[in-house]
Design a protein. Structure first.
Length: 108
């Protein structure tokens, strides 16, 4: 089962200690074969398609605390395992918001 974990902006800025702790966490998940991809996200372009018309708008689009700023794509055995990894992450990071969403589609 694959899950996309997203992190919204607006939390505390990372410091050297958090970067080091996150580096160890990422290394652990990579060695275990759980982490498929991770990265930060730019503000991007918003797309609206309606009635045959396509409108493109440069971001940002939401308040900074609502904007997705980074992600991790994981592959785990169960939803409970995904929730446990998310709990471990948020215990490190502290205050903030994000989402956990199952990813459907071809395994890859």
């Amino acid at each position: 089962m694959r899950f996309l974990l997203t992190i919204n902006g607006g939390g505390r800025p990372p410091d050297a200690e958090l970067y080091a702790e996150m580096g160890r966490f990422v290394e652990e998940l990579t060695r275990a074969g759980v982490l498929l991809a991770t990265g930060g996200l730019d503000t991007g372009t918003h797309v609206v398609a309606s009635g045959g018309e396509i409108t493109l708008t440069d971001g940002p689009f939401a308040e900074s605390k609502e904007q997705i700023v980074s992600f991790a794509l994981i592959e785990v055995r169960s939803p409970e395992e995904a929730l446990e990894l998310a709990r471990r992450f948020w215990t490190m990071v502290g205050d903030g918001e994000g989402d956990i969403r199952q990813v459907f589609g071809p395994e890859g």
